[in-house]
Design a protein around this ligand. Structure first.
Ligand code: 2M8
Length: 432
């Protein structure tokens, strides 16, 4: 097992190696373009190494922002023409702000505003910090208000996630209700992922049929939820996406406050959102938040680590967070932490992608949330576990839920970036 000093050095090497100029590829062979939440996490790591490089990462991500503030899940690098599918041709006429930028037509958990807040706080020169925030507050405000404007239906303030890729947890068993529906696109597609990573660790072809079916449906309606909502088999309130948005909205408000500007989302609206989140997604029987299927108006009866997202967002108080994490850990005894799906859950697979393995960026979110709630015992154990996984198994996309062996993509950027953050800033309360 390598030392923590060497770990830091290796992590820095990974980020520098994956640095493709203005952005950090998540894992160059598997994911050569710029991904939305990956880049936000990478920027958090870069801020400790080279603050202006973190700023650049974010500028490049925001260059793919749409006219209405929407931030797509992939910002394509036009120089990379091979090695990832789907390419930009599957997403025609995306309404980007800057003509010529190529992006996907769906989003991802909006971690970016929280990254901008944290990176700003890591800048010791207050005037530099304020100037940077003053430059970004417009795009961030647009981003945060765009989702309530374009992704709500009926009276609920919760945000509708329209593609498994938007959740970030692509083939989670939570989405099996749709993947089992035999949906397939009208045009043929080819998979590039299984040439890089063993098929047994990736989503199935049936999952991919659904992914491409939804791409055609969404692009065919010009990315307008009102157009395809009646037809889509997939419209959910994802517990993690909604938690991350809530956290992001509060962080944009904090930045706005420093700049003596009005909040992006009013306190009253945040409160309404929080109440709705609890009313719609809380499941007392399992002491976890669940996702909600809008097509049948019911919670999805599948537990996953997404249900702990409330801990990282300030949506759960200390007592509730402790009950949630204790119950989750109890279900995962004998496994590495945190399995993305508890082992007793139907659909759990110990080594397949989002169906069980451990993910460093999810751990990081939960760790930071636990620290803010002063649940230090849990936070420290989880941080130690996360560092140990990288120390023993290297810089992987995810880790085997039982053995901790490294799986999926190699030289993975968010794992490196967040290990850097954990080592440089061990605690949100006492760290430098
Ligand atoms: C994975 O998703 C992409 C599609 O967005 C894929 O499998 O092709 C997910 O783990 C997602 O959360 C992540 O952002 C992306 C890049 O790391 O890979």
């Amino acid at each position: 097992m390598i030392s923590r000093g060497d770990l830091l050095q290796q992590a820095e090497q990974i980020l520098r190696r994956n640095d493709l100029g203005g952005y950090t590829a998540p894992s160059p062979r598997l994911y050569p373009h710029q991904w939305n939440w990956d880049s936000a996490f990478c920027a958090i790591g870069w801020a400790h190494l080279d603050w202006s490089r973190a700023v650049r990462e974010i500028d490049t991500l925001l260059a793919g922002q749409w006219a209405d503030g929407f931030l797509p899940h992939i910002h394509y690098n036009p120089e990379v023409t091979q090695g990832y599918q789907p390419g930009p041709e599957w997403w025609p006429d995306v309404p980007v702000r800057t003509l010529g930028e190529r992006t996907s037509g769906i989003s991802q958990p909006p971690v970016l505003p929280t990254a901008v807040y944290l990176i700003g706080m890591a800048q010791p020169d207050e005037s530099v910090r304020r100037a940077w925030w003053a430059r970004l507050i417009g795009p961030l405000r647009d981003l945060i208000v765009c989702y309530p404007r374009t992704r709500t239906v009926s009276a609920s303030p919760l945000l509708v996630v329209v593609h498994p890729w938007e959740s970030g947890a692509d083939n989670s068993p939570r989405w099996d209700f749709a993947a089992g529906g035999s949906f397939a696109p009208s045009r043929p597609y080819r998979r590039a992922d299984t040439r890089v990573v063993a098929a047994a660790q990736r989503p199935t072809d049936r999952d991919y049929d659904l992914y491409y079916y939804l791409i055609e449906l969404i692009a065919g309606h010009r990315y307008d939820l009102r157009g395809y909502f009646p037809q889509t088999p997939f419209a959910v309130y994802d517990a993690l996406f909604n938690a991350i948005w809530y956290r992001a909205a509060r962080d944009v408000n904090r930045i706005a406050g420093v700049l003596a500007q009005p909040p992006a989302i009013t306190e009253a609206d945040l409160q309404r959102f929080k109440e709705s989140y609890h009313q719609t997604l809380w499941n007392d029987g399992v002491r976890l938040f669940r996702d909600f299927n809008l097509k049948v108006n019911a919670q999805i009866p599948v537990d996953s680590v997404a249900g702990l997202g409330a801990i990282s967002a300030g949506l759960a108080d200390r007592a509730q967070a402790e009950a949630m994490i204790a119950a989750y850990l109890q279900r995962c005894r004998g496994y590495r932490l945190l399995p993305s799906v508890p082992p007793d859950q139907t659909g759990f697979e110990v080594d397949r992608y989002w169906r069980g393995p451990v993910w460093a960026q999810i751990n990081w979110l939960v760790i930071r949330g636990l620290q803010e709630l002063r649940l230090d015992r849990y936070a420290t154990a989880l941080a130690d576990e996360t560092l140990a996984l990288a120390q023993r198994s290297g810089w992987r996309e995810f880790y085997h839920a039982r053995t901790g062996a490294g799986l999926g993509g190699e030289d993975f950027s968010w794992t490196a970036a967040l290990v850097i953050d954990l080592l440089h800033r061990p605690s949100v309360l006492t760290g430098p």
